[in-house]
Each structure stands twice: as structure tokens, then as C-alpha cells.
Design a protein around this ligand. Structure first.
Ligand SMILES: Nc1nc2c([nH]c(=O)n2[C@H]2C[C@H](O)[C@@H](COP(=O)(O)OP(=O)(O)OP(=O)(O)O)O2)c(=O)[nH]1
Length: 154
């Protein structure tokens, strides 16, 4: 079975969305940038390689956005499964160098208004849920996420 490695790259409240230029049946649709894992390749390395090749960026990947498959992947087109990590851009500026018509930072809450590959929509919903949970945690205990370890009060 084909394994795809992709990234949900965030910049504050924005998500990096990529618009495919090929194949014809997917051209114009939006997706999480990434691509197929090659034989013998680590899935995370594949994500780094694809993002460098296709968008010219270096990324740092964080936790997996856990999907419904046993390995945490998401069912995607063509009977494939896709691993998606949250991450951020740490080098370069995203550009549609290869296989994409456009690449855009979009407010995560507005991203669903783009014409996504339909099977990606549950992944978008999971990202919004994760962001919501984090903002609740942050409101409950702002120091926990913002300022690192608590200092004892004098
Ligand atoms: N990259 C990516 N692929 C997705 C997403 N959703 C989804 O169904 N797919 C499907 C589309 C393709 O059938 C497959 C990924 O193939 P790809 O064309 O991006 O892979 P690749 O860059 O390695 O391309 P190639 O070697 O086949 O030319 O997974 C998504 O969000 N991102």
C-alpha cells in the first residue's frame, strides 16, 4: 500500500495550504504538502525531502496528527494512507516550485473554504480541534505553554 508523508505547517493561526497542478483530476485542489515515501525511506525523511523539492523549504516536524488507521495515518486517495505531522517552516520561503500551482498561508479556521481534496477535510477538522484544545489549556494555565516552567512565587 502506498504511504504518503505530509505536513500541516503552522505559522501562528495560519496553515500552509498547497494547490496541486497535477494530475489533471486533482489539479486546482488544495492539500497538505508532501508526497510518497520511497522504498527504504523513513516517512519523516520523506516529508522533509518532498517539502524541500516541491516548496523549497526546510521544516521542523512536531507531533503526528493522529488519524483513524492503526498506525495513526489517514486514508487518502488511491487506497493510500497518509501520515501528517504538525510542523513549522524554519528555512526558506514557501514557493510553488514543483507539482503545485500555488501555495498560501490561510487562517486555519478559514482553510475549509478552499477546494480541498475531499478526503483531507477530516484532517483539517482534527487540526482545528487540536488548536482549540491548546487554546483552552492556555487560557486555563497561560504559564504552562507560554513561559515554560513555573517559578516559585516569592
Ligand atoms: N501530498 C498529498 N497527497 C495527498 C493528500 N491527500 C490525498 O488524498 N493525497 C493523495 C494524492 C496522491 O494520490 C497521493 C500523493 O501523491 P503525490 O503525487 O503527492 O506524491 P509524489 O509527490 O511523491 O508524486 P509522484 O512521485 O507520484 O509523482 O496522495 C494531501 O493532503 N497531500
Amino acid at each position: 500500500m502506498v504511504l504518503v508523508a505530509a505536513a500541516a505547517l503552522l505559522r501562528g493561526s495560519q496553515l500552509l495550504c498547497a494547490q496541486r497542478s497535477a494530475p489533471p483530476e486533482l489539479a486546482g485542489l488544495w492539500e497538505f504538502p508532501g508526497g510518497k515515501v520511497e522504498d527504504g525511506e523513513e516517512p519523516r525523511s520523506a516529508a522533509h525531502r518532498e517539502l524541500a523539492e516541491e516548496l523549497g523549504i526546510e521544516v521542523e516536524l512536531g507531533e503526528l496528527v493522529v488519524g483513524p488507521n492503526a498506525d495513526g495515518s489517514w486514508p487518502v486517495l488511491g487506497d493510500a494512507r497518509m501520515l501528517v505531522w504538525r510542523g513549522e517552516v524554519v528555512g526558506g520561503s514557501p514557493a510553488a516550485l514543483q507539482d503545485h500551482a500555488d501555495v498560501r498561508w490561510v487562517e486555519l479556521a478559514e482553510a475549509h473554504t478552499l477546494a480541498w481534496i475531499e478526503v483531507d477535510r477530516p484532517i483539517l477538522a482534527a487540526l482545528i480541534a487540536l488548536a482549540g484544545e491548546e487554546s483552552v489549556l492556555q487560557r486555563q494555565d497561560p504559564q504552562r505553554l507560554d513561559q515554560g516552567p513555573r517559578r516559585p512565587t516569592p
